[in-house]
Design a protein around this ligand. Structure first.
Ligand SMILES: [Mn+2]
Length: 425
């Protein structure tokens, strides 16, 4: 009886804040449990909400399923439009490893995020409570023993993930949690099969467009050339990314040799460069944002890749290859927020290495950046068939020749015979 009255009061309160469960704070008398054992309070009322630090961890307490284990035709998978996918792979790094623990570290640090308190005041939307069904798809179970096999596993996983049916969108979007940066190659291969060439906005202190032979070693193999510093070079060789107007943001790495060779090669891979120092030049943030928006096409599929080492080591010590002189978390979020309006069809946060983290600084930054990227993917709206077709046509010449296939031919004919079977599982 008393509960009913409290429900009424709670409901009155909820009129002005209707996203709150009308039964929150319905029970106010710890001296008497007897009224709880009535039909008025279901098990879900009693036990269906958690404090931030409770519950089995999914990203932001989102509904969880191990998507790769479910056969879409024979089971009843959770419907989704945007999913978080963990990619725990870190054996293609040139310096400190540890990002195999990245997905779980970011999930752990995302525990204070959830649908209930998920409204992004900077954006004016709640990415977990908008047009998109958002879930956590679990991890890709990748071998740490053999990078050729690992790459094939990731390629097959993304191929299957992009074939999954979305609920309110033509295809699903994925927010990948790395893993080292090499995971971008199989992500781009999966995206390419859906969209054709992808334009990449690459937040990083490093170029990652290095030809594999820029590493100072006599020894190499096809497998050894797949690294977290060469994946964009490989993506270009495979014709997966736009020929021009990809963009680096936040660069400050030292470069090879005694001149500008690395930048010249970067030009050939199709990137424009924004350096960390430009943020404090006289044109400052607005200059940087204008440069990005002037370069990145509005009508093409855009992918955002965030290497957490774009942040200054003071803001992200838990990463493999720190470079001093980077931006703060606030500055990165500020720039990301200005990318609203672009067709963001996927994103990642990579190179978060919990074993090198201090006091959860890096994993917490990674979780917040993931939330901002999720917001951008929601803001971009569902993917339409028309949009997919309009981009694919870019790869067809006036005479009907498929230029995207030509891009693959170029690899076969190139002096370096990169394993074409990487493209064909
Ligand atoms: Mn990187």
């Amino acid at each position: 009886m008393r509960l009913s009255i409290l429900y009424t009061l709670a409901f009155a309160y909820s009129v002005s804040a209707h996203i709150f469960n009308e039964k929150y704070h319905a029970y106010k008398d710890p001296s008497d449990f007897s009224t709880l054992e009535t039909e008025e309070a279901s098990l879900n009322d009693l036990w269906g909400s958690f404090w931030a630090y409770q519950g089995v961890q999914s990203f932001a307490h989102l509904p969880y399923q191990q998507c790769l284990e479910l056969d879409p035709s024979s089971s009843e998978p959770l419907p989704f439009d945007i999913a978080v996918i963990g990619v725990p792979f870190d054996t293609a790094v040139s310096y400190r490893p540890g990002t195999r623990f990245g997905p779980q570290g970011i999930r752990s640090a995302s525990m204070r995020q959830d649908k209930w308190r998920g409204f992004n005041y900077r954006a004016g939307i709640n990415p977990f409570d908008d047009w998109a069904e958002v879930i956590d798809c679990g991890d890709i179970p990748i071998t740490p023993m053999d990078n050729t096999l690992a790459l094939k596993q990731m390629q097959l996983a993304y191929k299957q993930l992009f074939k999954r049916k979305a609920k309110n969108s033509q295809v699903p979007k994925y927010l990948s949690l790395g893993g080292d940066h090499s995971i971008l190659l199989p992500v781009l291969q999966g995206l390419y099969e859906t969209y054709g060439e992808i334009t990449v906005i690459h937040f990083d202190s490093h170029l990652d467009t290095w030809a594999p032979d820029k590493y100072p070693s006599f020894w190499s193999s096809n497998t050894s050339e797949f690294t977290h510093g060469s994946m964009l070079w490989l993506a270009h060789k495979y014709g997966l990314i736009a020929q021009e107007n990809n963009m680096h943001v936040g660069l400050r790495t030292r470069i090879s040799g005694n001149g500008w060779d690395d930048f010249e090669e970067d030009n050939e891979v199709g990137f424009k460069r924004i350096f960390a120092d430009e943020l404090i030049d006289k044109e400052g943030f607005q200059g940087v944002i204008n440069k990005i928006l002037k370069t990145i096409p509005k009508d093409k599929p855009i992918y955002i890749s965030v290497d957490i080492d774009v942040l200054d080591p003071s803001a992200a010590p838990g990463t493999g290859t720190m470079e001093v002189g980077g931006m703060t978390s606030r500055e990165l979020i500020y720039i990301l927020r200005k990318l609203k309006g672009l067709n963001i069809i996927g994103a990642d946060v990579v190179e978060v290495s919990p074993p090198f983290d201090n006091a959860d600084i890096t994993v917490t930054a990674g979780a917040q950046i993931a939330y901002e990227l999720m917001t951008l993917m929601v803001e971009a709206g569902p993917v339409t068939q028309k949009f997919i077709e309009s981009n694919k046509n870019i790869g067809i010449s006036e005479s009907g020749e498929d230029l995207r296939l030509s891009a693959l031919d170029r690899i076969i004919k190139s002096e370096r015979d990169y394993q074409l079977d990487m493209m064909n599982i």
